[in-house]
Design a protein around this ligand. Structure first.
Ligand code: BGC
Length: 886
């Protein structure tokens, strides 16, 4: 399309006008703005909250810099329109707290909707307008609220029921184990798939709450459920629909023996092996009212799992994305192989026309052989095969429900005719955690690294953090979970997810305090390898640090204490030496016992901190003493004064004690020397670490002022390195540094080496919690402007709002833009380099005149110079800093 000059002028005029409108609006938005991002227990408008005293959080908005909250007011009401605050009117509360404010109104009741809004007073006492109204719905708070019985056995269940009037409010509480799809009057309810998340069912089963008001109608209605095997490998369901009719009458539909059941078109389903769907067995209309189910049998009733029922208080698993294939080839007559261009978890949607009874087989793989056929060797016992049998009625579009695969390639066999490129579309399936981070820089290999970290991480969130998503595992391996947690937190909103996973961990703990290598426990051992079991204290600690969540410490203090006490029972000469995996999948092996002892120290130290924060002084002292004793024993046992190395002197063996400051001062130089020699001279600036050493070594180097070396390691492209994976076509992180090592341990989507992801944010973008601060209340922006890096930019949305840092530099100038949320403060550290006579400007105002700080710029509190860095203290706001030198 070509635009005439007059149209172009008109468009320009309109744009200019709009720009002015935006600017003048910005002028008007001075002062405190309505709070945004209202959350209850980390979730936006959650349904089914089952915490008696949920916590409310909001983000502050303000038109000025250097602002903070001095007081807040919360109103909670039963109706969305009234907003009277009859349930809770907090009054004006003098407090800076905008995160995790504990509900303190009248006792919450089961199955109700609560509407809330909040306003705040800024530091100068000016009130903001009220926020928009947010909602939280309570779940079924006691077991007695559940009226139905567990039913199931078959794959399709249904029940018709009558409503005398239009429903005013209806909620469905569904606990369908292993997997379930809930339907009403012909509609699938909710966007989630593979629900509910996997738990230790004997301890806790999760139910999902849906608002189903608009799916119900006066007259006849039908509730219907499809059940899959899931992790339980059994099909059972408990459902309750609570309906309030117009006029106030209440009505319940519950699962019981009056439901009807049959086997449907899903003739086989297994997480690992795939799903077989025979479309000829479909029973159209089965999920709508009036369907003749007289030939169906009565649903069987079951005792159900023993565990408590608790609300699924985290984002559901969803189809998050749809991918079109990159290309299709036919390596053999009748066999078609699609390359989706990306390794991911999920399945494909199939489009096909053909004769009734034709079976199309879809097989999934991460790799292909040289001849173009798919290579499923590394899937071990997982068949990863879906079969669709056509009903022969025009175009048929199908996707499975109760399985998922980890794959990049799809093979089609038995397809009638030659399939088009769009005969399959990739459906990316994982827990729909919100992406909150982004990172980019001037070094392409690091951008690729960020990309494969993201894909590896998100596609391994399936209700629990999984090790991989393709072979016969996909389990909550705890070592992998703890190693990747900080990376995940910078990239995604993990708060609710980890809150749930920590309960999963508690669910596997026994009376002795032991926990297991995988959670829920399927494989691995009890007691867990200490480097795996440490996920319990460390995840608590990360959730506390990054999200400012004190309640998580309260909830798990006793569990973590029992865990550390268990470790103590295993101590030999003050150290915990048992180990199964240690520094797993390292190039240079480190004795497992030093890894276990390191975590014994780490866990005791974290427990002591937890105790201190919770005001348990005696415990804080006792576990502090324990940690000190372990530290002494550690050095005595593993340090070799002759070589000035720990254990066998691998990178990991020396890095671990350095990371936690366990090396006596006099020996530090020697140990550092050994570590440098090993990395730089022996290994040409490559890591030879497994997942444990890798987690700490990059940050350790940065903290010791060796960011250049950490960067050299990060940008390597030869074995062993992340760049080597990328050079060899990785689209997700691998399990091993090497490309191939036999089929049994060779996953190509394994997030655990992605721990380096937090280093990208912390070091290159420079976004850090200030030491001692939690929840990003105090921030330290300290980007390392290393080697040939010309720019880096990172953003992460925290509980207080967006934190971002992006910088660029050339010979004369360093520029840094930072965003600090309202209520937070930051220290921005910028290296001086070789710049002489530096002037620093914020926007166009001078804040450092070459010799001293110049006050007067809003938000900027001070500028100092120390050890070759400028330290600029700022309050909240957006800053554009420029350092210009001669
Ligand atoms: C898993 C790992 C896990 C390990 C423990 C493997 O099979 O895939 O990621 O941490 O076992 O040794």
């Amino acid at each position: 399309m070509r635009l005439s000059p007059s149209v172009v002028i008109l468009l320009l005029t309109v744009c200019t006008f709009l720009a002015f409108a935006v600017l003048s609006h910005a002028e008007e938005t001075k002062g405190p703005q309505p709070p945004t991002g209202l959350r209850c227990e980390y979730l936006i408008n959650p349904l089914g909250v089952d915490t008696p005293k949920p916590r409310l959080s909001w983000m502050l908005e303000h038109g000025e810099r250097g602002q903070a909250q001095s007081a807040y007011e919360i109103l909670v009401s039963a109706g969305s329109g009234t907003e009277r605050g009859e349930i809770w009117a907090s009054g004006k509360v003098d407090s800076a707290e905008s995160v995790h404010v504990v509900y303190a109104g009248t006792a919450l009741q089961s199955g109700r909707s609560y509407y809330w809004k909040v306003r705040y007073w800024d530091k100068d006492g000016r009130p903001s307008p009220f926020s928009q109204v947010a909602l939280f719905d309570t779940g079924l708070l006691s077991r007695a609220d559940w009226k139905g019985r567990w039913i199931g056995g078959k794959s399709q269940l249904r029940k018709d029921f009558e409503l005398r009037k239009k429903p005013a409010r209806a909620r469905a509480y569904v606990c369908g184990l292993g997997y379930s799809e809930f339907r009403l009057n012909g509609h699938k309810i909710g966007r989630s798939v593979l629900d509910p998340a996997w738990t230790t069912y004997d301890k806790r089963a999760l139910y999902v709450t849906y608002d189903v008001t608009r799916y119900l109608q006066p007259g006849r209605n039908a509730a219907a459920v499809m059940l899959g095997q899931g992790w339980l490998k059994a099909k059972v369901l408990l459902v309750q629909i609570d309906i309030e009719l117009e006029g106030g009458e209440r009505f319940e539909v519950v699962s019981d023996g009056s439901w009807k059941a049959t086997d449907g078109p899903i003739v086989a389903d297994s997480i690992y092996n795939g799903e077989t769907y025979d479309a000829r067995l479909e029973t159209p209309g089965w999920d709508s009212p009036g369907y003749d189910d007289s030939s169906w049998s009565a649903a069987e009733t079951f005792p159900g799992p023993k565990g408590v029922l608790s609300a699924q208080m985290m984002p559901p698993i969803q189809v998050v994305d749809t991918l079109v294939p990159l290309k299709m080839a036919s390596p053999k007559p009748g066999v078609y192989v699609y390359d989706m261009g990306q390794n991911f978890s999920g399945w494909v949607e199939l489009r096909v026309r053909g004769r009734r009874g034709t079976a199309v087989k879809l097989r999934f793989a991460e790799m292909i052989y040289d001849d173009g056929m798919i290579n499923q060797e590394n899937l071990r016992g997982a068949r990863a095969e879906d079969v669709y049998i056509l009903k022969g009625e025009g175009e048929e579009v199908w996707e499975p429900r109760f399985t998922y695969h980890g794959f990049r390639y799809v093979e089609l066999d038995g397809y009638p005719g030659v399939p088009a490129l769009n005969a399959v579309r990739g459906r990316v399936v994982h827990t729909a955690v919100e992406p909150v981070g982004s990172f980019a820089c001037s070094k392409p290999v690091l951008n690729s690294l960020q990309r494969i970290i993201i894909w590896g991480q998100k596609t391994n969130l399936h209700g629990i953090p999984t090790d991989c998503c393709q072979r016969d595992e996909r389990m909550g391996w705890m070592g992998d979970a703890q190693g990747t947690a900080e990376e995940a937190i910078y990239n995604f909103d993990m708060a609710a997810f980890y809150t749930n996973f920590l309960r999963d961990i508690r669910d596997v703990q026994d009376e002795k305090g032991t926990i297991t290598d995988t959670v829920p426990h399927v494989w691995g051992s009890r007691p867990a390898d200490p480097a795996w079991g440490t996920a319990y204290p460390l995840l608590c600690w990360y959730v506390y640090q990054y999200y400012g969540d004190r309640r998580i410490l309260e909830e798990h203090y006793e569990g973590v204490r029992k865990y550390v006490e268990y470790l103590r029972t295993r101590a030999e000469e003050g150290l915990v030496k048992y180990s199964y995996y240690g520094d797993w999948v390292a190039v240079d092996k480190t004795p497992g016992s030093i890894v276990s002892s390191f975590y014994y120290y780490y866990d005791a130290k974290v427990l002591a901190e937890m105790a201190r924060i919770l005001g348990k002084e005696a415990d804080a002292k006792a576990y502090g003493d324990l940690a000190a004793a372990v530290k002494t024993a550690f050095h005595r046992e593993y340090f070799d004064p002759k070589t000035r190395s720990y254990a066998n002197g691998t990178q990991t063996a020396n890095a671990l004690p350095l990371f936690l400051d366990m090396v006596p001062e006099g020996e530090r130089g020697g140990v550092w020397g050994n570590l440098f020699d090993n990395i730089v001279y022996k290994n040409d600036s490559h890591l030879t670490t497994g997942i444990i050493g890798t987690k700490y070594i990059m940050e350790l180097l940065t903290n010791a002022g060796a960011s250049d070396l950490a960067y050299d390691i990060a940008v390597q492209t030869t074995y062993p390195s992340w760049g080597y994976m990328i050079e060899n076509g990785a689209t997700t992180l691998w399990e091993l540094w090497q490309l191939r090592q036999g089929p049994s341990m060779n996953s190509h989507n394994h997030p655990m080496f992605g721990s380096v992801g937090s280093w990208l944010y912390k070091t290159l973008a420079g976004i850090n919690l200030a030491p001692g601060s939690v929840g990003f209340e105090k921030i330290r922006i300290a980007p390392q402007m290393v080697r040939d890096l010309r720019f880096a930019a990172g953003t992460t949305r925290t509980v207080r709002g967006e934190v971002s840092s992006s910088w660029s530099r050339d010979e004369r100038c360093v520029r840094l833009e930072a965003v600090i949320p309202v209520g937070s403060e930051a220290e921005i550290v910028i290296p001086q380099f070789n710049l002489e006579n530096v002037m620093i400007r914020e926007g166009d105002q001078v804040i450092w005149d070459g010799k001293a700080y110049r006050a007067g710029v809003a938000g900027v509190q001070s500028v100092d110079k120390a050890q070759g860095n400028f330290i600029i203290k700022v309050g909240s706001g957006r800053y554009d800093l420029r350092l210009n030198g001669d």
